[in-house]
Ligand binder design. Structure first.
Ligand code: PEP
Ligand code: MG
Length: 621
């Protein structure tokens, strides 16, 4: 049994097949003969057109399955393929350096990927794998081997595919066609586009540190348990039955015991209303957090109009029926920049212009969004409007002025909108914690954004691998803060939820309940298991556990009491590098790969270092 990180949850059994990097890239020609350049440019254009057609067919397929967010990912690939900058780089290399189209594409994409990976802009650096994926598609079109790698799998067994490259969106789409049941990969994060796709299609994906170790198990039956984070090689059939049926049985039991009150209410966190399409609402209160940034980040090179926003938000209400839908106003900035907006000079984006701080310069953005939300909720729908990052009550009054302007202007325009709605604050900063008693005098409800709250409590970047150990959601300090917030909300009679990632972490949930948290908002794929867990928990046991953890001195004491490994061990095991990153084998610091001259190749492994000191120690070890 091997342990791995869950990129997309699920449990599945199948035959193990290894795909190596070589399977993805056909042999390439490097140059063209003099005089052939123009034909080569033409060949490049034809293949781009043909690839665009393939992608357009995929977009149609996804849209007819109502997978609009997924279709949008593929549509963004079409935009990259048609990008004039890419064309000009490739065509210049062909015409001026007589590079063959294959080599010119590789060269151009390498440069663009380098720029993306080096970019401070998190959205751009997350897009680097998409570019690599496109590069592979183009290479395949241009080369002789046109068959997608997954179609080379034996037709009669649905496989578990092991790839020593990172999970890419195209693998997931090809997987659907090739009846692949699950993936084992070496790289990639649960936040990547590919992971979003895999989750939408229910395709389990595990990331394990050294997939080459699986080579000797090629053709063996395995069980991917991407609920427990385990890969079982040649598992006992009883174990397989147990693990694959456990979820279904537990869910049925949980639903049948639904009449007895559970220890907390469950809500869904979404980024796109389409995620609500197939939701089974049994036992679920409504939407606890709709992060609205996706429309602004992915779908546009410009601000979306009020009409577009209204149409999209209305879908959430349509899918939710009369359930409460909590919509968060735009939290743009920091790790969510916008390609079409300059945030000005910022040495420290996480402490800079983000969320409502931007509304001060562009109130019309917030007013338009609030108008769209209120319009979308008109009729019998139930809306909760949630404001992110408010640091103190003064900021509450500032956003109330925007709400007032939105409602007043809708009345003047004679447009129907929802007049009855609740308003709440997302507690994400230490100052908001201290101002919580005053917030409780004005809000209808509150939610704790623990992802940011932990970042700001410990002054530690939530996205930086080298300080990941200082990011401590289970620290007694955080627990005390949460208990304090829960006590104050209860005394004020106002609902308080937790909507950060820890709300969906099975190991953390009993602790949250014990601290007095009554509402959890979790991502859709986590909802069924969380529902089962909540039906099984006893409030008194949770309170006892919380008491023990609150008096702990350190985060590792808390983790031990929760039956978790110490994070130090976890970091080493996880191999959690992102594209363009590697772990220095000597000091274990995450370092850049692109543009890093401190690199050594040994066998088929390439190692990168933070300094010549580590490199020397490695070479002379
Ligand atoms: C949070 O910070 O916990 C949160 C819910 O907001 P986001 O992760 O979108 O910043
Ligand atoms: Mg946040």
């Amino acid at each position: 049994m091997l342990r791995g990180e869950i990129i997309s949850p699920g449990v599945v059994e199948g035959i193990l097949h290894l795909l190596t990097q070589a399977a993805f890239v056909p042999p390439r020609r490097a140059t063209v003969l003099p005089g052939e350049e123009k034909n080569e440019v033409e060949r490049f254009r034809q293949h781009v057109d043909s690839l665009v057609e393939d992608f357009q067919a995929t977009v149609k397929r996804l849209e007819s399955a109502s997978l609009s967010a997924e279709a949008e990912i593929v549509r963004s690939h079409i935009l990259i393929l048609q990008d004039p900058e890419l064309h000009s780089r490739v065509e210049t290399s062909i015409l001026q350096a007589q590079l063959a189209a294959e080599a010119a594409v590789e060269h151009a994409l390498e440069e663009i990927i380098y720029l993306f990976e080096e970019s401070e802009n998190a959205v751009l650096s997350e897009r680097a794998p998409d570019l690599r994926d496109l590069g592979m598609h183009l290479q395949r079109k241009l080369g002789y081997n046109q068959a997608p790698p997954l179609s080379s799998l034996p037709a009669d067994d649905s496989g578990i595919v092991v790839a020593n490259v990172e999970l890419l969106p195209s693998f997931v789409l090809e997987a659907l066609a090739a009846d692949v049941r699950g993936f084992i990969v070496e790289k990639g994060t649960a936040l990547s586009h590919a992971a979003i796709l895999a989750k939408s299609f229910g395709l389990p994906v595990l990331r394990i540190p050294r997939v080459d170790l699986l080579r000797r198990h090629e053709g063996t039956r395995v069980l991917v348990d991407a609920r427990q984070g385990e890969l079982l090689i040649d598992p006992d059939p009883e174990e397989v039955t147990h693990r694959t049926t456990k979820l279904r049985t537990l869910r049925d039991q949980a639903l049948s015991s639904r009449l007895s009150p559970t220890v907390a209410r469950l809500w869904l966190s979404i980024v796109d209303p389409m995620q609500l399409k197939d939701v089974d609402w049994t036992g679920i209160e409504g939407v606890g957090l709709y992060r609205t940034e996706m429309l602004f980040i992915h779908d546009h090179q410009r601000w979306p109009s009020e009409e577009e926003q209204t149409r999209l938000y209305r879908k959430a209400f349509e899918y939710g029926g009369t359930r409460l839908i909590t919509i968060r106003t735009l939290d743009i900035g920091a790790d969510k920049p916008l390609p079409y907006l300059s945030f000005g000079p910022q040495d420290n984006p996480a402490l800079g212009l983000r969320a409502h701080r931007l509304y001060r310069f562009h109130p019309e953005i917030a007013i338009t969004q609030i108008r769209a939300i209120l319009r979308a909720a008109s009729g019998t729908h139930r809306l909760r409007l949630l404001f992110p990052m408010l640091e103190c009550v003064e900021e509450w009054h500032a956003v109330q002025e925007l709400v007032h302007q939105a409602t007043a202007s809708l009345r003047v325009d004679g447009i129907p909108f929802q007049e009855q709605f609740e308003q709440g604050v997302l507690i994400e900063t230490p100052s908001a914690v201290w101002d919580f008693p005053r917030f409780l005098n004005v809000v209808d409800f509150a939610s704790v954004g623990t992802n940011d709250l932990v970042q700001y409590l410990f002054a530690v970047d939530r996205n930086n691998a080298n300080v990941a150990r200082a990011y401590r959601p289970a620290h007694p300090v955080v627990l005390k803060v949460l208990r304090e917030l829960a006590d104050q909300a209860r005394q004020a009679g106002k609902p308080l939820s937790v909507c950060g990632e820890i709300a969906g972490e099975a190991w953390f949930i009993p602790l949250l309940i014990g601290l007095g948290i009554t509402d959890l908002s979790v991502p859709v794929p986590r909802s069924q298991e969380t529902l089962i867990q909540l039906a099984q928990l006893q409030a008194s046991e949770c309170r006892e556990l919380a008491q023990k953890c609150l008096i702990a001195d350190t985060v590792s004491e808390v983790r031990t009491r929760l039956g978790r490994q110490d994070p130090a061990t976890q970091v080493k095991e996880s191999g959690s590098e992102r594209p363009g990153e590697a772990v220095d084998p000597v000091c274990k610091m995450t370092v850049h790969t692109v543009g890093n001259p401190l690199a050594v190749t040994q066998g088929d492994m390439r190692y990168y270092f933070c300094s010549s000191r580590c490199m020397d120690l490695f070479l002379h070890r």
